[in-house]
Write a protein of this length. Structure first.
Length: 374
């Protein structure tokens, strides 16, 4: 399959309990970063769907418990999107796979993500939102909404189409007292759209669109060469949404403040440059709040410490800029700089074990697996 394409992970910031996996410190290390204390990688499960769909991209945690009368059978699972079909054609996959991170048990969540599912984000009310790129040469791009059990809404109510969707790539849920929203990045035109005002079952009719970002770096025209804004994560501590951009090796911040949110252009530049090398998926370290980002050009995981304002002994406030604090290789395969062959990393999600230790899950395209760093 073609490895030159970038992929997203929309990771949520919710925490998940899991068995004790490693003796990483339960506190943020100010000098080396938490991921430097993680030394083991284990395969959790294959991400290949029953119909052969492959090439895992999006990764998110299913945080919806359901009710006592109707519990969610996928609660606690990690959901993975398969971007390619069985023949390896990018943008032609249709499957979402659910994987229990403790047992490795795999189930088919849905095969209704057509076509080319990338980012995944779970609503607090249960539905799964999917950024569908729309095919190898995107003609059917949409944002699809599935019920918590993976079923479709009647009469096409879960398929959102809009001219403002142009290569949907990244996605994240953002709470707001006035109007909660799902934000989506468009990799083909470098914009960020907010989708709000939605309600089941007619998401396709009710959902409103608002452009809150534009002018982001992007290149490419199809599923084989698209590069641009992709990974998204919401930080409840700051209210910011952090967005990676593989076209200029940057991380930028945007806010959603309801329907009156202004267009923030290119957003606030948080960090740019090495060791970011075509950054894709992004998640929050639940222990210290750092950003964890996977690179596509060298298969590294990078830990970025966010800006912080401190008071000196002379009672002056100074701001420490965002800076990298750790780098970890997740896949030893060399990446061909011309073709992208060997590029493995797309989705990433961080959580804590039951004893408070950091665990990082990631999708590996070279092996079509969900793996765990611990």
């Amino acid at each position: 399959m073609h490895k030159g394409i970038l992929a997203l992970l929309a990771s949520t910031s919710m925490l998940m309990a899991a068995p004790v996996l490693a003796a990483s410190p339960a506190h943020g290390n100010p000098t080396t970063g938490d991921i430097n204390h993680l030394h083991h990688i284990r395969v959790i499960a294959s991400t290949v769907a029953p119909n052969g769909d492959q090439n895992p991209y999006g990764l998110t945690f299913d945080s919806f418990k359901g009710s006592s009368s109707a519990p969610n059978p996928y609660y606690g699972d990690l959901l993975v999107s398969d971007f390619s079909n069985a023949q390896g054609v990018n943008g032609e996959g249709s499957s979402i796979v659910a994987i229990n991170p403790t047992t490795g048990k795999t189930a088919l969540f849905s095969q209704e993500a057509q076509y080319g599912p990338v980012a995944l984000a779970v609503s607090p009310k249960g539905p799964l939102w999917i950024a569908d790129f729309g095919g190898l040469y995107p003609t059917q791009q949409n944002d699809a909404v599935l019920a918590p059990n993976g079923k479709t809404f009647p009469n096409g109510g879960g398929v959102i189409t809009n001219p403002d969707l142009d290569g949907p790539w990244g996605q994240v849920f953002v709470p707001n007292k006035t109007a909660a929203a799902f934000l989506v990045t468009n990799v083909l035109n470098g914009t960020i759209e907010a989708m709000y005002g939605f309600a089941p079952p007619d998401f396709n009719v009710d959902t409103k669109f608002l452009t809150i970002g534009q002018g982001l770096a992007h290149t490419g025209t199809n599923a084989n060469n698209a590069v641009g804004p992709q990974g998204m994560v919401y930080d409840p501590a700051t209210g910011e949404v952090y967005v990676t951009d593989g076209a200029d090796n940057s991380i930028r911040a945007f806010k959603w403040e309801g329907p009156n949110t202004p267009d923030q252009g290119q957003g606030q530049l948080i960090y740019q440059g090495g060791p970011l090398r075509q950054p894709a998926g992004i998640t929050l370290d639940p222990i210290n709040g750092d950003l964890l980002v996977v690179n596509q050009q060298n298969n590294n995981l990078v830990e970025i410490r966010l800006p912080k304002t401190i008071e000196t002994k002379n009672h002056k406030e100074i701001t420490i800029k965002a800076h990298p604090v750790a780098v970890k290789r997740l896949d030893k395969t060399a990446v061909n700089p011309e073709t992208g062959a060997g590029s493995a990393l797309f989705g990433v999600y961080a959580t804590k074990s039951a004893s408070g230790h950091l665990v990082v899950y990631f999708t590996d395209d070279n092996t079509n697996t969900l793996d765990m760093l611990y």
